[in-house]
Write a protein that binds this ligand. Sequence first.
Ligand code: SAM
Ligand code: SF4
Length: 344
Amino acid sequence: MSDVSLTDTDVLTRPMTDPFGRTISYLRVSVTDRCDLRCFYCMSEDMTFLPKADLLTLEELDRLCTAFIKKGVRKLRLTGGEPLVRRNVMGLVRSLSRHLSSGALHELTMTTNATQLAKHAAELADCGVRRINVSLDTLDREKFRTITRWGDLDRVLAGIDAAQAAGLAVKINAVALKGMNENELPALMQWAHGKGMALTLIEVMPMGEIGAGRIDQYLPLSLVRARLEQQFTLSDLAQTTGGPARYVRVAETGGTLGFITPMTHNFCESCNRVRVTCTGTLHTCLGHEDASDLRKPLRASASDELLSETIDRAIGLKPKGHDFIIDRRHNRPSVSRHMSVTGG
Ligand code: SAM
Ligand code: SF4
């Protein structure tokens, strides 16, 4: 017999709808702030990572995700930092897969740099993961090393091959970087589409102190798209994930190309997502400093009531939208937290 009364159950399972009528069904969780790479637009070379005690344990992450699933989350993405460098992260994936089996969760997915993917691809597939996003900005070994500061491209390519061999659908995410990979984007797209993978291009976002001028890296995707259109036939697709990506079909390759343009487009009306950092901080908007601490209610009691109420309160304050600005005079990020802490 459960000792949870009707009202308590109500609190725990009330669907999350924000003041603007948007129902929250997509949760991204950063399982670590650590990473085995140091992509120059994401981290500084000498990053200081959080003390272990600040991180949610894997058990706490499980409890937190489960609470969100009870409250209507249907799609869950594990990210980081690099999720696959968290010790025993596969234990968490295995445990969360019970929600796929029960039908409560429709999709469990991951964003990874793929350096450890060859090791884990088969188990991810076995846990019911069907699709993953792999971040890869270049196919040039030297450039890859420059962008990631020490990464080995061959490891990443082997990870992608292993994922495909395990039956996972792979989507490639590439950050468009002025003067770095901008001339290579058509080739990257042809490579991805040739392997049956969609490619999504991302505009660099002003997040976190990274020790380099960010204006130098900013390449508007409107320009990238215009250049691609000189070579390829792009037709808009209606397909949307409720997120910031817009998709086109490329006639010549038959593949899908996405554009994530947080700087030049407003996608907030259809936003169905929230993020939780590896320390249990809930952000209801990527572009705002709003934050709710979920670690405290998680640790305060073994019951999920307090946690659930805190989530409800935060969703009730989800901002209508955001406006990223790269401050051209001061060249400072408009949001000070790093993408690796928030979870990209
Ligand atoms: N380590 C994993 C990876 O790279 O896929 C997951 C975390 S990473 C923070 C998630 C995504 O955020 C990656 O695709 C990365 O390229 C992107 N990203 C990181 N910093 C960014 C920034 N300042 N602007 C835009 N995208 C960024
Ligand atoms: Fe690591 Fe991903 Fe950030 Fe690159 S983008 S440093 S792989 S967390």
